[in-house]
Design a protein around this ligand. Structure first.
Ligand code: CA
Length: 228
């Protein structure tokens, strides 16, 4: 579950944003001052900060700058006036997006999701994956089966990594296409089959009876669970 920190001194806005974000499955923490918001960004590690510009305690701009020095947390800056946005963009605030008041909460949720998607694409998770006898090390771009190194293309690597991170979870061809292209186009899902076929040739001991990457008929593919 993604955690959103709202730093906003108008309780009515905080309330409505919280309710919209929670409805979309986000967990929400809030601060009504800049300085407490800054503290929470460091201690709570939110996935994204919705940051008001004019705040008591510490100005939103300073919060953004200080957070950026310490952590890589995406920030959406909320300003009182639409005219401020151009000025802010010129000031290296470190914000990933800007929204002006009054806003529709729906729009805010859409922007939150868009920024999170963008960040995920540019910073794929660097965590090592270990499942069955497969080890995937994103830093070294290395895949091992047992102690044997497998030479995968970048697309094969990305597909294997995303599935192996969630063994048993079924991915549609369309979802997998998004993994390798960033943006999926309807009708190109069959290219995934070609990638999977090549991946299996390198990964599987018997491609007719795949042990790691399973086909889910009519839907797509999944990585094997530990108990299979
Ligand atoms: Ca304010």
């Amino acid at each position: 579950m993604k955690k959103i920190l709202i730093v906003e001194d108008e309780p009515s806005l905080t309330r409505i944003l919280r309710s919209y974000l929670e409805k979309e499955g986000f967990s929400v923490i809030t601060a009504s001052r800049g300085d407490t918001g800054y503290d929470l960004s460091l201690t709570e590690n939110p996935d994204l900060i919705l940051l008001d510009l004019n705040l008591p305690g510490m100005d939103g701009m300073d919060v953004a700058r200080e957070v950026n020095k310490q952590k890589n947390i995406p920030i959406i800056m909320v300003t009182a006036r639409v005219e401020e946005i151009d000025k802010l963009k010129g000031l290296e605030t470190g914000a990933d997006d800007y929204i002006s008041k009054p806003f529709s909460p729906r729009e805010v949720v859409a922007r939150v999701k868009a920024v999170l998607r963008r960040v995920e694409k540019t910073n794929p998770s660097k965590t090592k994956v270990q499942v069955l006898d497969i080890t995937i090390d994103p830093d070294a771009h290395l895949v091992l089966r047992g102690d044997q190194e497998l030479e995968l293309t970048p697309s094969e690597f990305s597909l294997l990594k995303v599935m192996a991170e969630n063994p048993g979870r079924v991915y549609s061809r369309f979802q997998l296409l998004e993994v390798i292209q960033g943006q999926a186009y309807e009708g190109y899902e069959r290219t995934i089959d070609a990638h999977i076929k090549n991946l299996r040739i390198k990964l599987e001991r018997d491609t007719r009876n795949p042990h790691y990457v399973k086909t889910v008929f009519g839907i797509g593919y999944r990585f094997a669970r530990e108990d299979e």
